[in-house]
Design a protein around this ligand. Sequence first.
Ligand code: 13P
Length: 402
Amino acid sequence: MPMVHMKDMLSHAHANGYAVGAFDLVSLDFLEAILEAAERERAPVILSLAESHFTYFNFDTIMPAVEHAARQARVPVAVHLDHGASLRSAVRAINAGCNGVMVDASDKPFDENVARTRAVVEMAHGCGVPVEGELGYVPGVEGEDAKLHPGEVAYTTPEEAERYMEETGVDFLAVSIGTVHGRMKGTPKLDFERLDAINGRLGIPLVIHGGTGLSDEQFRGLISRGVAKINYYTALADRAGARIRENAGRDGAAGYTGLVAGVREAIADEVARCIGLWGSAGRAADVLAAATPWRPVEHLIIYNVDGLDDDGTKAMMARGREVLGAIPGVRAVFTGEAVKPEASYRYTWLVRFCHPAVIDSYREHPDHVAFADEHFRPVAGERISIDYREVGELGEIGDVCD
Ligand code: 13P
């Protein structure tokens, strides 16, 4: 099954009164557990990777596994950068395979938050990727994530939220109405009146960070007021930690595999509980029917070179791989030489775009224009250039989604 466009996925949740879980993953155990639970519950799901967690794993190493697992999944999946700190983080995430990004400048003054978020929106929309912004501040209180979100709570105001949405063009908004990252201390008090006012003004899917520790009743209250995405992590980490402690208690000499035995199941059970509670169970087939599949485009150029020797051509290709590969929305740049020397076109570029929107944004990108005008077009008059969208099986949708 293809990944699906996250905006379509969350619009469906928003319109139908349920929320999709965005579960932060920090290892392959988390990845497999989240997808196993989503498939068991036939639910759309968001695989979320928080930039604040990048010290726990190598983002570039784990992303191919995340993307592969998402594409193999038998439920609709989106892959999201959580708490991206900068424009650069967002470009890196999109080029590595994320099809949703969050820009978190919520600790900055309003105008700076708007400026940073707008820059990410302009870039990401040029790649077909939707953006989550945050206004107000959700701090950490207790648990392993708390220190990653220092400071005091700042509540989102409905007036600023509306201005922020209009000035940035964000697709989803994370709001601060009393939740905290990590474990709660006591019972959190949520400001539902505030959420009602924000929802009434904005009409876009709202996001809640700090899902851990909220009551069933509170989740229902959030979802009935426009929350369509719930971020969840600490409870999963705590479940995993408890299972490891149990294993260690049972067998003090246990090695790695003995210690982590059953961790996947423990995480999956908690994910499945949330999915059931948030109303996304059984929605996979509907989301799949409503959502645009997330599919790449291959930008193919075949060409002959005039005016450069072999070394010069290879140097031009190396420069192109570096420059073009860094343009937003470019997943990979393949440079090649025909296997048979008699081929009508001796060389090729295969530039993989994450989404058809990149055809235009890439063509107009100043780095592409400069490279093409200065290094490529002057020596490659003889060329053919065609964009190909992916055609392939949708995968085994039936058995799990129906
Ligand atoms: P919790 O760790 O409190 O569930 O919050 C997760 C989160 O909001 C990630 O962005």
